[in-house]
Design a protein around this ligand. Structure first.
Ligand SMILES: [Zn+2]
Length: 445
């Protein structure tokens, strides 16, 4: 039942979600990935979160494993101690900006025509601000969530989580004891579901695993004028070209099946296996994203060889960015070895396994209900995130990650396109919607 008191409390929740998001955007917590030049933005942001939560009696712990790289973690006890805990996490760092490409100040947090502009508006200070606002709302209104809530505000996600989630998981795993699921980025945004204007709220139930593989060709360096077919540059180039041309098979993950089922029903016809990629490409907003999750990709990105035009070098090397569909690790390793051929040495510089969480079940039902209450035209639809988040570190503790930071946006507004882009922005109404949905999820999960 909606009482005047309740309506005022919800309005305050919405106001605080906006206000905290704006204050966090104004902190330039840019993650350059370079410890020598990085500032103390993450620490200032984490301290601010600590202060806001402290105001309603929520104590937590501040961590700073390297100067300036601050994170904050708090646990709010639930009403049912027999239930497993729920983790909600948000990273406090942002990627760099080139202010010349922006029409609004990147760290100004200006509101123009109903949109909040600023680096972190959707990636992902909006969710950090929302989480703080929600638990303050709980404290003010006497709401006790069913499960323990572990709230983590993290440094360094944009450079692999080394000083944030990875450090905490390795050094303080007990902070996350009893946690079975988490919510964080990347998902929860509305996209067109069908021609009638219904919306799908894309829920990331899996993430591809990011890997970096080095290829090296070795031989005796020699003068380029000599007759010889042995050439490290050519051997490497051929291996790189073979890998780039190869197409890994489509992986029918649980996330993909759930997506095809929901969109197939909405369109009134199933997707055709033979034309799946073309059909997906035709879907507005969701298409390219889901298409990129269909199969493992291996993309050459760095080449290093030679220095003098008249010398065949003794060494030529390349880096390949690999995004592995969950469960395909051994298949992908074997395929890359075969494509590279016997003369190329392969070395794994990094290899994270992809993650896959159940695309249905009690937790997903809570998300569905929370959306249904706030948007009768909305439906939660699972998908596979082709990128990776802090969830890859939390998954090593057995935590099932879900990408769900709910935002109801106009049908032509592409939230995914805001990530790392100039003029990153979010509709203020979407933030308010997100605060209401998140409050419902955290209370009932
Ligand atoms: Zn992010």
């Amino acid at each position: 039942m909606t009482t005047p008191d309740h309506a005022a409390a919800v309005r305050r929740l919405e106001d605080e979600a906006l206000e905290f998001t704006r204050q966090l955007i104004r902190i330039e917590s840019v993650n350059t990935g370079d410890l020598a030049t990085i500032g103390d933005g993450e620490t200032r942001a984490a301290r601010l979160v600590q202060e806001w939560l402290g105001e309603v009696g929520i104590e937590g712990e501040f961590f700073e494993p390297h100067p300036g790289r601050g994170s904050f973690v708090a646990r709010v006890p639930g009403s049912d101690s027999s239930e497993p805990a729920l983790l909600a996490h948000a990273h406090l760092d942002v990627v760099p900006v080139d202010a010349r490409d922006w029409t609004a100040p990147p760290f100004g947090a200006e509101v123009r025509d109903g949109f909040l502009y600023g680096r972190g508006a959707v990636d992902m200070k909006h969710f950090a601000g929302t989480l703080v606002a929600v638990v303050r709302h709980f404290a003010r209104t006497g709401v006790r969530a069913r499960r323990d809530l572990v709230l983590a505000f993290l440094a360094d996600e944009e450079a692999g989580g080394v000083w944030g989630s990875r450090w905490l998981v390795r050094n303080r795993p007990e902070l996350f004891s009893g946690v079975t699921e988490s919510i964080s980025e990347v998902g929860g945004f509305s996209v067109p579901l069908d021609a009638s204007g219904r919306r799908a709220y894309l829920l990331a139930t899996g993430e591809k695993g990011p890997a970096t593989v080095a290829l090296t060709a070795r031989g005796a360096a020699r003068h380029a004028s000599g007759l010889s077919s042995e050439n490290t540059v050519v051997a490497l180039a051929e291996a790189v070209a073979r890998i780039a041309a190869y197409e890994f098979p489509v992986a029918r993950t649980g996330a993909l099946e759930a997506f095809l089922d929901a969109f197939g029903r909405a369109r009134g016809r199933a997707f055709d296996e033979a034309t799946l990629e073309a059909e997906l490409a035709g879907l507005e907003i969701a298409g390219p994203l889901v298409g990129a999750g269909l199969r493992t990709t291996a993309t050459p990105t760095v080449l290093e060889a030679g220095g003098k035009p008249n010398v065949v070098p003794g060494r030529a090397s390349a880096l390949v960015d690999v995004r592995v569909v969950p469960g395909q690790d051994e298949l992908v390793r074997a395929t890359l070895r075969e494509l590279a051929g016997p003369d190329i040495v392969i070395e794994e510089r990094a290899w994270f396994r992809g993650t896959e969480s159940p695309a249905s079940g009690a937790f997903v039902e809570v998300l569905r209900e929370a959306i249904a209450v706030e948007d009768a035209q909305g439906e939660v639809v699972p998908y596979m995130l082709p990128a990776s988040t802090d969830n890859k570190h939390f998954s090593t503790l057995g935590i099932a990650g879900y990408g769900f930071t709910p935002l109801r946006v106009p049908l032509d507004f592409d939230v995914f396109a805001q990530f790392h882009a100039a003029d990153e922005r979010v509709p203020v109404e979407a933030l308010q919607f997100g605060a209401r949905v998140t409050a419902r999820v955290l209370e009932r999960a």
